[in-house]
Design a protein around this ligand. Structure first.
Ligand code: FES
Ligand code: MG
Length: 583
């Protein structure tokens, strides 16, 4: 019985990790590890000569955006087998953005633990991550980083363009216009029912530049996918080809010992931040990228998002900032065009999963539609990026996405109208007697990581109906929550520290004056320190949501938004070693 073969070793001459399970010194253990797997009919050589690849699948019928990934795994398997590897598909916790209560974000860290522990505990040499809906990309990448095996990501792809009565309608973005359509544009219930299927007409994730598309572009920018992966629609045959080629490539990565930590350098993160600015990506990017950096051990601070992205022009005309959708982006050439145009500002030599530098991978990318991707000389906006604000209202920072905001509101002084909870907001916002006008600043408390719990996407509060009727289209809004990547408006988010743990946001009262100054990056509550101290003495923390289970673990260990909202004990990595045999 051959115990070793050259193919079982990687480029540095080390035996593959899986060998420890399948050809160990102790033949009884070897029998146990092989025999049960052989009930699938695998020949003996599967366990002796080949890299073992895990396909981490976030497929779930409760995550409609990932509903096609079960089938996708078969294409990945094809590629793995062709390259001489052995595939094992496994499920991990999947989070559907639209169904999960109180918010899918509450479970991102739980899913990352599931991914991390499943990878480490099993005889895997490399991993393919199949992702789609918002949280399924960061959760699996975070978990994989804490193990640090060779890893490649296959993003599931966006849905086809939404089309309703000839109008291009974007996932989520259309939704945020519904209230206004009902109030001002004669929209009926029948229209709504028809629009529902029109905005979700194929497999795939949201096809706006919302969080899912942002995450797909993020992994491509970081070098974790094959070139051009992010924008290919879920139902396009080329997405299947990509899945198959990714399966082939992961086997090579195992042989080369090309681990996540070799790709995820500080330079890779800087590239991702600049490219996110150029595509007008979601504000959720900040929290997820920070959490990933903290797992792999790269130092990244909130202000880096501002300083690195500040001078980057907006090159992509996609909703919610612009007017097109992911299918149009793909047809125009996709992210490779943006990477190529921005190459002088990027670390073009950053390594990617195919073993080549990012710049070289994309050097021949051409743009096929200048309405969708602008040339560097004529961007849709001179300075995109995300502004990070500081001030007495947000000692550890807050963020705003200028490309989704109204220019004249970027410097604004107004009277605070405070909602203590999201329930209070819903109960009062449309009250005709509510004292509010277009110059007011809407303030929402209790929607941060601890407060909601899970930091919900409710920061883009709908405007009061009476103001919509007057034709008001935007107002300054401030909260410790997030907003959907598909949303827009002059919305200050991620206020840290959050109100529920004693942040100054929790002390704001209706009638206070707040000054927002985005050009100078400040957010100030005009209340003197003595008065704030008096309010602090009277402040009482909200009652905990529960005294047991995962939610208790989460609320007692979650970090604040500016640190990535990971659980404090999950930060960092512990590698792939397990020192004890099973049983
Ligand atoms: Fe899944 Fe938007 S709801 S990607
Ligand atoms: Mg979302």
């Amino acid at each position: 019985m051959a115990k070793d073969s050259d193919e079982k070793k990687n480029a540095s001459g080390k035996p593959l990790r899986s060998e420890d399970w399948f050809t160990p010194e102790d033949e009884i253990q070897g029998f146990i590890h092989r025999s049960w797997l052989r009930n699938k009919g695998y020949p003996d050589d599967y366990f002796r000569k080949r890299p073992v690849i895990g396909i981490c699948n976030t497929w779930s019928e409760l995550t409609p955006c990932n509903g096609h990934l079960r089938e996708f795994a078969e294409y990945v398997k094809r590629g793995i087998l062709e390259a001489g590897g052995v595939p094992f598909e496994f499920p991990v916790t999947s989070m559907g953005e639209t169904l999960m209560r109180p918010t899918a974000m509450l479970f991102r860290n739980l899913a990352s633990m599931d991914t991390e522990e499943t990878i480490r505990a099993n005889p895997l040499d490399g991993v393919v991550l199949l992702t789609g809906c918002d949280k399924t990309t960061p959760s699996t990448v975070m978990g994989a980083c804490s193990v640090d095996l060779p890893t490649i990501v296959v993003p599931g792809g966006p849905m086809l363009n939404g089309k309703y009565k000839g109008e291009r309608i974007g996932s989520g973005t259309f939704l945020w216009s519904l209230k206004d359509r009902f109030k001002n544009q004669g929209f009926t219930e029948e229209d709504q029912i028809e629009a529902e299927i029109c905005s979700a007409r194929s497999a795939g994730h949201c096809m706006t530049m919302g969080t899912a598309s942002t995450m797909a572009c993020m992994v491509e920018s970081l070098g974790l996918t094959l070139p051009g992966a992010a924008a290919i629609p879920a139902v396009d045959a080329r997405k299947r080809t990509l899945a198959q080629l990714s399966g082939r490539r992961i086997v090579g990565m195992v042989r080369e010992d090309l681990r996540l930590s070799k790709i995820l350098t500080r330079e890779a993160f800087e590239n991702a931040i600049k490219l996110n600015a150029a595509i007008g990506g979601s504000t959720n990017f900040i929290i997820h990228l920070t959490a990933i950096a903290n797992r792999i051990g790269v130092k990244l601070e909130l202000k880096d998002f501002d300083t690195l992205g500040r001078n980057i022009p907006l090159l992509v005309n996609l909703m919610p900032s612009g007017k097109f959708l992911m299918e149009d982006f793909f047809d125009a050439g996709g992210l490779p065009v943006v990477i190529n145009q921005l190459r002088d500002q990027l670390h073009a030599d950053a390594l990617t999963v195919n073993g080549n530098p990012l710049g070289e991978n994309n050097q021949h990318a051409e743009c096929y539609n200048r309405e969708v991707i602008a040339p560097l000389e004529e961007p849709f906006l001179e300075n995109a990026g995300i502004a990070v604000l500081y001030g007495n209202l947000c000692k550890d920072g807050a963020v705003i996405k200028p490309s989704a905001a109204t220019p004249k509101l970027m410097t604004h002084k107004g009277r605070a109208v405070v909602f203590e909870t999201i329930e209070e907001y819903h109960a009062r916002v449309d009250d005709p007697d509510l004292e509010i006008d277009e110059n007011s600043i809407m303030v929402l408390k209790g929607v941060g990581p601890v407060g909601y719990p899970g930091m919900a996407e409710v920061g883009n509060m709908d405007l009061p109906v009476k103001l919509l009727k007057k034709g008001v289209t935007d107002m300054v809004r401030i909260s410790d929550g997030r907003m959907s990547g598909t949303a827009y408006g002059t919305v200050v988010l991620h206020v840290s520290p959050e109100s529920s743990i004693g942040g100054v946001l929790g002390l704001v009262e209706t009638g206070d004056t707040i000054v927002l100054d985005v050009p100078n990056r400040t957010l100030h509550l005009e209340v003197d320190d003595a008065e704030l101290e008096k309010r602090r003495q009277a402040w009482k923390p909200p009652k905990p949501h529960t005294d047991r289970g995962y939610v208790k673990l989460y609320t007692s260990t979650v970090q604040q938004a500016h640190l990535g909202a990971d659980l404090d004990f999950l930060v960092g990595k512990s590698g792939d070693k397990v020192n004890r045999e099973s049983h």
